[in-house]
Design a protein around this ligand. Structure first.
Ligand code: FES
Ligand code: FES
Length: 161
Protein backbone atom coordinates (compact mmCIF):
# COMPACT_ATOMS: atom_id res chain seq x y z
CA UNK A 1 0.00 0.00 0.00
CA UNK A 2 1.32 3.39 -0.89
CA UNK A 3 2.00 5.91 1.83
CA UNK A 4 1.02 3.85 4.86
CA UNK A 5 2.60 3.74 8.26
CA UNK A 6 2.21 1.83 11.49
CA UNK A 7 0.30 3.31 14.41
CA UNK A 8 0.49 1.81 17.90
CA UNK A 9 -2.03 2.31 20.67
CA UNK A 10 -3.71 0.50 23.54
CA UNK A 11 -7.21 -0.75 22.82
CA UNK A 12 -9.20 -2.06 25.77
CA UNK A 13 -6.00 -2.84 27.63
CA UNK A 14 -4.17 -4.57 24.76
CA UNK A 15 -1.41 -3.10 22.65
CA UNK A 16 -2.25 -2.98 18.94
CA UNK A 17 -0.23 -2.00 15.93
CA UNK A 18 -2.02 -1.24 12.70
CA UNK A 19 -0.96 -0.13 9.21
CA UNK A 20 -2.97 2.86 7.99
CA UNK A 21 -3.08 5.49 5.30
CA UNK A 22 -2.93 9.07 6.64
CA UNK A 23 -6.56 9.68 5.56
CA UNK A 24 -7.99 6.68 7.44
CA UNK A 25 -10.64 7.50 10.03
CA UNK A 26 -10.38 5.84 13.45
CA UNK A 27 -13.91 4.42 13.19
CA UNK A 28 -12.92 2.52 10.04
CA UNK A 29 -9.71 1.21 11.58
CA UNK A 30 -11.61 -0.02 14.64
CA UNK A 31 -14.39 -1.67 12.69
CA UNK A 32 -12.61 -2.95 9.60
CA UNK A 33 -9.08 -3.74 10.76
CA UNK A 34 -9.46 -4.42 14.49
CA UNK A 35 -12.87 -6.19 14.45
CA UNK A 36 -14.35 -3.80 17.02
CA UNK A 37 -17.75 -3.33 15.40
CA UNK A 38 -19.59 -1.98 18.47
CA UNK A 39 -18.92 1.67 17.60
CA UNK A 40 -21.24 2.52 14.72
CA UNK A 41 -21.53 5.10 11.95
CA UNK A 42 -24.73 7.13 11.84
CA UNK A 43 -23.74 10.26 9.93
CA UNK A 44 -21.06 12.03 7.96
CA UNK A 45 -21.30 15.38 9.73
CA UNK A 46 -20.04 14.54 13.27
CA UNK A 47 -23.47 14.93 14.87
CA UNK A 48 -24.79 11.53 15.90
CA UNK A 49 -22.11 10.24 18.28
CA UNK A 50 -22.77 6.58 17.38
CA UNK A 51 -19.01 6.29 16.81
CA UNK A 52 -18.02 7.59 20.29
CA UNK A 53 -14.99 5.99 21.89
CA UNK A 54 -12.90 7.00 24.89
CA UNK A 55 -9.38 8.22 24.06
CA UNK A 56 -6.95 9.40 26.72
CA UNK A 57 -9.78 10.22 29.13
CA UNK A 58 -12.00 12.03 26.62
CA UNK A 59 -15.11 11.06 24.69
CA UNK A 60 -14.16 11.27 21.02
CA UNK A 61 -16.26 10.85 17.90
CA UNK A 62 -14.07 8.37 16.08
CA UNK A 63 -15.48 9.40 12.68
CA UNK A 64 -13.79 12.75 13.21
CA UNK A 65 -10.33 11.49 14.23
CA UNK A 66 -7.61 10.13 11.97
CA UNK A 67 -6.09 6.90 13.21
CA UNK A 68 -2.67 8.42 12.53
CA UNK A 69 -3.43 10.94 15.30
CA UNK A 70 -3.76 8.15 17.86
CA UNK A 71 -0.13 7.06 18.22
CA UNK A 72 0.43 6.08 21.86
CA UNK A 73 -3.21 6.63 22.86
CA UNK A 74 -5.14 4.71 25.53
CA UNK A 75 -8.43 3.76 23.96
CA UNK A 76 -11.59 2.19 25.33
CA UNK A 77 -14.58 1.04 23.32
CA UNK A 78 -17.85 -0.58 24.36
CA UNK A 79 -16.15 -3.97 23.97
CA UNK A 80 -13.82 -3.11 26.87
CA UNK A 81 -16.42 -2.11 29.45
CA UNK A 82 -17.46 -5.54 30.67
CA UNK A 83 -14.92 -7.18 32.95
CA UNK A 84 -14.55 -10.98 33.15
CA UNK A 85 -18.12 -11.51 31.96
CA UNK A 86 -19.62 -8.97 34.38
CA UNK A 87 -21.42 -6.07 32.75
CA UNK A 88 -20.39 -2.54 33.69
CA UNK A 89 -23.00 -0.78 35.85
CA UNK A 90 -24.00 1.32 32.84
CA UNK A 91 -24.56 -1.72 30.63
CA UNK A 92 -26.64 -3.37 33.35
CA UNK A 93 -28.63 -0.18 33.92
CA UNK A 94 -29.40 0.33 30.20
CA UNK A 95 -30.75 -3.22 30.23
CA UNK A 96 -32.80 -2.78 33.42
CA UNK A 97 -34.19 0.67 32.56
CA UNK A 98 -34.91 -0.18 28.90
CA UNK A 99 -32.48 2.44 27.66
CA UNK A 100 -32.19 0.89 24.21
CA UNK A 101 -34.33 -0.46 21.41
CA UNK A 102 -32.53 -0.99 18.08
CA UNK A 103 -29.20 -0.71 19.92
CA UNK A 104 -27.46 1.21 17.17
CA UNK A 105 -26.71 4.28 19.30
CA UNK A 106 -26.06 2.23 22.44
CA UNK A 107 -22.30 1.58 22.20
CA UNK A 108 -21.62 5.28 21.64
CA UNK A 109 -24.19 6.33 24.23
CA UNK A 110 -22.79 4.06 26.94
CA UNK A 111 -19.19 4.94 26.13
CA UNK A 112 -20.09 8.63 26.42
CA UNK A 113 -22.00 8.03 29.67
CA UNK A 114 -18.97 6.17 31.04
CA UNK A 115 -16.85 9.31 30.67
CA UNK A 116 -19.68 11.62 31.79
CA UNK A 117 -19.90 9.79 35.12
CA UNK A 118 -16.19 10.29 35.64
CA UNK A 119 -16.48 13.97 34.81
CA UNK A 120 -19.50 14.27 37.12
CA UNK A 121 -20.29 11.23 39.30
CA UNK A 122 -23.58 12.65 40.58
CA UNK A 123 -25.19 14.50 37.66
CA UNK A 124 -28.64 16.08 37.73
CA UNK A 125 -31.16 15.14 35.03
CA UNK A 126 -30.29 18.35 33.21
CA UNK A 127 -26.57 17.64 33.43
CA UNK A 128 -27.12 14.14 32.02
CA UNK A 129 -29.18 15.49 29.13
CA UNK A 130 -26.57 18.13 28.40
CA UNK A 131 -23.77 15.59 28.89
CA UNK A 132 -25.16 13.21 26.24
CA UNK A 133 -26.21 15.97 23.83
CA UNK A 134 -23.58 14.78 21.37
CA UNK A 135 -25.35 11.43 21.07
CA UNK A 136 -28.52 11.03 19.03
CA UNK A 137 -31.08 8.25 19.46
CA UNK A 138 -34.02 7.74 17.15
CA UNK A 139 -35.77 5.06 19.23
CA UNK A 140 -36.02 5.78 22.94
CA UNK A 141 -36.99 9.45 23.28
CA UNK A 142 -34.01 9.63 25.69
CA UNK A 143 -36.14 9.35 28.86
CA UNK A 144 -35.05 5.82 29.74
CA UNK A 145 -31.46 6.60 28.81
CA UNK A 146 -31.49 9.35 31.44
CA UNK A 147 -32.97 6.90 33.97
CA UNK A 148 -30.29 4.35 33.11
CA UNK A 149 -27.48 6.85 33.63
CA UNK A 150 -29.03 7.96 36.95
CA UNK A 151 -29.35 4.37 38.09
CA UNK A 152 -25.75 3.54 37.12
CA UNK A 153 -24.51 6.68 38.90
CA UNK A 154 -26.22 5.51 42.12
CA UNK A 155 -24.80 1.99 41.83
CA UNK A 156 -21.29 3.25 41.15
CA UNK A 157 -21.50 5.68 44.08
CA UNK A 158 -22.69 2.87 46.38
CA UNK A 159 -19.87 0.61 45.17
CA UNK A 160 -17.19 3.18 45.97
CA UNK A 161 -18.74 4.36 49.28
S1 FES B 1 -20.75 8.70 12.91
FE1 FES B 1 -22.05 10.35 13.47
S2 FES B 1 -20.78 11.54 14.80
FE2 FES B 1 -19.50 9.91 14.17
S1 FES C 1 -31.81 2.65 20.57
FE1 FES C 1 -32.14 2.90 18.43
S2 FES C 1 -31.06 4.71 17.99
FE2 FES C 1 -30.97 4.60 20.13
Amino acid sequence: MANTHKVHFTLNGKGVSVEVEPRELLIHTLREKLAHTGPHIGCETSHCGACTVDVDGMSLKSCTVLTAQCEGAEMLTIEGLEQAGVLHALQQAFHEEHGLQCGYCTPGMITRAYRLLQENPNPSEQEIRYGIAGNLCRCTGYQNIVKAVQSAAKKLAAATA
